[in-house]
Design a protein around this ligand. Structure first.
Ligand SMILES: *Cc1c(COP(=O)(O)O)cnc(C)c1O
Length: 384
């Protein structure tokens, strides 16, 4: 059949509502530089929905992580605990300030930072924990928050994938002193490329505003609190354009539609792939009983790297673009410079090489999901 020959991409960026109308509206309003009415709407929406002290939109989650690292006052001699199974931006934010990334292994079930290993990795130099919520599944934030409190270090949540997820009914992004979201086109809610910095500690809000806007107090100027804005700190270009915010606002208006759709697709994969898990061929994603995820991604764990790579190739041969995920950061060239080597983090290494992510995007059809499931099942009937 013709339609069966069409490639199924891993991701397809989507439009869900008034994205294009709002971009036109932003152009007509004449303020495209940022911090306009669409930015305000996005920030107030996120602050209200999740109960955050202050949300600042950023050009990316990467930028938000960099500002967060600066707010933790990291520098040479400091240490930060984080997983090596994460996107490069989490560790880069720390290392670029000269602080040492202290990589801790992940849990075998959720692929998140193993909170049972965190305390013994702490030293008098530990300044912060950067925790990642992989696949939108919470990384035991209650334990990490109490460890951070007990040791008087900062907790930063890299919630790039965690928008709308909860732990004990409390939103991810509200557990840390600081948290970051990504609105990159591969995330549940997107604006092409974008992010947010969530400030939960009121004592950090003012400085966050400075770092976010080129080291100036322009936010205070805008509110009429100072007569002119000045250079007051070492900041970055952290303010995204109104075009970006306009697109994002249209998506946030449909946040619940997007979440429902992802849940339906995720549960369909889980249902149809369950027999393969029962037959012992693969493992499906897991999360703890206190965790309510956002169905950000659907991964399979295979027996070993060779089988994972064979399945990737076999799916590619029928036009299905599945992908692997993080190459562990401790075995990267920069990780090696910090003295890490292969073998240091056994679960990180083993899970990373066995993981395969299936296509999952807002506009994916049930027929496309069926094709993916059938191709996976065929692989196990006739492994090559
Ligand atoms: C996507 C992602 C990022 C980077 O997000 P950008 O918005 O592309 O900068 C950082 N950390 C994690 C865990 C991510 O998944």
């Amino acid at each position: 059949m013709m339609s069966d020959l069409r490639t199924i991409p891993f991701n397809r960026p989507f439009v869900v509502g008034k994205e294009l109308d709002y971009i036109a509206q932003a152009v007509r309003q004449g303020n495209l530089g940022g911090e306009g009415s669409f930015t305000q709407r996005c920030c107030r929406f996120l602050e209200t929905r999740y109960g955050m002290c202050r949300v600042l939109l950023t050009p990316s989650c990467t930028t938000a992580l960099e500002i967060a690292a600066q707010l933790c006052e990291l520098g040479p001699g400091d240490e930060v605990i984080l997983p090596a199974f994460t996107f490069v931006s989490t560790a880069n934010a720390v290392a670029r300030l000269g602080a040492r990334p202290v990589f801790v292994d992940i849990r075998e079930d959720t692929l998140n930072l193993d909170e049972r290993l965190v305390e013994r990795a702490m030293t008098p130099q530990t300044k912060a924990i950067f925790a990642v919520h992989y696949a939108g599944v919470a990384c035991e934030p209650a334990v990490l928050a109490s460890l951070a409190r007990a040791h008087q270090v900062r907790l930063v949540e890299d919630a790039a994938q965690g928008l709308e997820s909860r732990f004990d009914d409390r939103p991810l992004g509200t557990w840390g002193d600081l948290a970051t979201f990504s609105f990159h086109e591969t995330k549940n809610v997107h604006c092409g490329q974008g992010g947010a910095l969530c400030v939960n500690d009121p004592a950090l809000v003012e400085r966050a505003e400075y770092l976010h806007d080129k080291g100036t107090d322009r936010a205070r100027f805008r509110r009429g609190e100072v007569a002119a804005y000045r250079w007051v700190d070492l900041g970055t270009a952290g303010v995204p354009s109104e075009l970006t915010a306009a697109f994002l606002w249209a998506q946030l208006e449909h946040l619940e539609t997007i979440s429902r759709r992802r849940r339906t697709m995720f549960e369909y994969y889980a249902l149809r792939l369950a027999p393969l898990e029962q037959a012992g061929h693969l493992r499906l994603p897991r999360s703890g009983p206190r965790s309510a995820g956002n169905y950000h991604l659907f991964y399979l764990l295979l027996a070993d790297r060779a089988q994972r790579d064979a399945l990737l190739a076999s799916l590619a041969a029928v036009g299905i673009h599945a992908v692997f995920h993080y190459v562990p950061l401790h075995t990267s060239p920069v990780g090696a410079r910090w003295g890490y080597r292969a073998g240091d983090l056994p679960w990180t290494e083993s899970l990373s090489e066995r993981l395969l992510r299936l296509p999952l995007f807002f506009e994916m059809t049930t027929a496309e999901q069926d094709r993916v499931v059938d191709a996976v099942a065929a692989f196990f009937r006739h492994p090559r």
